[in-house]
Design a protein around this ligand. Structure first.
Ligand code: SF4
Length: 373
């Protein structure tokens, strides 16, 4: 019986030439993520899913590790098509190894023997057809780190764009200039998980802070719609000084970038810190506002963070979108995406009007509910 490594090895294609460089006779450099691994013949990169065989770099292709229909608010994107269904797919593997990962079964495959997820063969055409059948307005590469499987995402995004869908990454942001240029023509929305503002913390997770900050700068410069999430973990990244530096950095790039500060719940190997309380979220959110961010949200604590689930105009504070968890209760933006009270343009990727909400809770495709809320 084939091992999982052999199963995945059979589901690959040659990596995009833009993401590979020949270092010397035996070694290739991969640019799909910020590790920029030098990979000798016969070896794999840090992510374990891209490998050098016979002087050719191979990349995952032709399968999913999971598919789910999510409300776009779950990704979270709060300034892009509120209420829309986000058809979400993931592959297997990751370039980091966060001890609190909520998707560790798919992300830590090949690294952690307890993380056993099997691939399901599919094609970009089949996935996009399923997304359309499900009523999706966007397709999202998520659940594992999408940068390391960028070729597969781009193949799907090309089909999705042709079908009139938006495309998105939910990513740790450990990118390179090359991979962002490779994605740029095909991607509309990008969520970066900014996990800390301390390089030592990033190194504990298997990465570095600098490439993530560079990715945030580059995405904003490219005009790709960007939202940032920080999972607030007591004792790990919640020091007031760190939150100040993190939010000042984001506001320095643009005060219009939405920042979501979300609650940690004990998961995977990280069970020491206490769960984040709503009060901690509110304190961090206040710091974000104080440091210049106009759109700050508190997540994973529905109904317990006051107004921090809602969108208000940054000029006149009129209520624009009222939410309860992932459920959109009110939508008051104009057809041009402006505040109806004062006319200020609200940053985001808005439709001409609220298109209804198919679901406020995730469900599996095939078990469609298509219930208008
Ligand atoms: S995707 Fe990242 S971790 Fe994987 S081989 Fe390429 S550079 Fe290395």
């Amino acid at each position: 019986m084939a091992t999982l490594a052999e199963v995945l090895e059979a589901r690959t294609i040659e990596a995009a030439p833009e993401l590979v460089e020949q270092i010397d006779r035996g070694r290739l450099r991969c640019y799909a993520c910020g590790h920029a691994c030098p990979i000798p013949e016969g070896a794999a990169g840090v992510c374990k899913v891209r490998f050098n065989r016979g002087g050719v770099l191979y990349a995952p292709y032709g399968y999913v590790g999971g598919v789910q229909c999510d409300p776009v608010e779950k990704k979270p994107f709060f300034h892009a098509r509120p209420g829309a269904l986000a058809y979400s797919f993931g592959m297997l593997g990751c370039d980091l190894h966060c001890s609190y990962c909520q998707n560790w079964v798919t992300s830590q495959t090949l690294r952690d023997p307890q993380a056993v997820a099997l691939p399901r063969d599919t094609s970009p055409t089949a996935l996009v057809a399923d997304a359309l059948r499900s009523g999706a307005r966007l397709v999202v590469s998520t659940y594992n780190e999408p940068l390391i499987t960028s070729e597969w995402s781009v193949a799907i995004f090309k089909e999705a764009r042709a079908a009139g869908l938006l495309t998105a990454f939910v990513s740790n942001g450990n990118g390179t200039p090359r991979v962002l240029e490779y994605l740029r023509p095909w991607i509309d929305l990008y969520k970066v998980d900014l996990k800390s503002f301390d390089d030592r913390r990033y190194r504990q997770l298997g990465g570095r802070l600098a490439p993530v900050l560079d990715t945030i700068r580059a995405l904003h410069g490219m005009g790709i719609w960007l939202e940032i999430v920080t999972l607030l973990i007591p004792g790990f990244n919640d020091a007031p000084d760190e939150i100040d530096r993190l939010t000042s950095f984001v506001a320095g790039i643009s005060p219009d970038i939405p920042w979501h500060v979300t609650a940690f719940h004990k998961d995977y190997h990280m069970s020491d810190p206490d769960n984040t309380t709503p009060e901690m979220l509110v304190t961090a959110a206040e710091a974000g506002r104080r440091n210049g961010l106009r759109y700050v949200y508190a997540g994973n604590a529905p109904g317990r963070v006051g107004d921090l689930e809602n969108t208000r105009c940054h000029e006149c504070r009129a209520l624009l979108i009222e939410r309860d968890g992932y459920h959109v209760l009110q939508y008051r933006l104009t057809a041009t995406g402006a505040c109806p009270a004062c006319g200020t343009a609200i940053p985001g990727r808005w439709a001409a009007g609220f298109e209804g909400q198919i679901t406020a809770a995730p469900f599996l495709p095939g078990r469609r509910l298509l219930r208008q809320i």
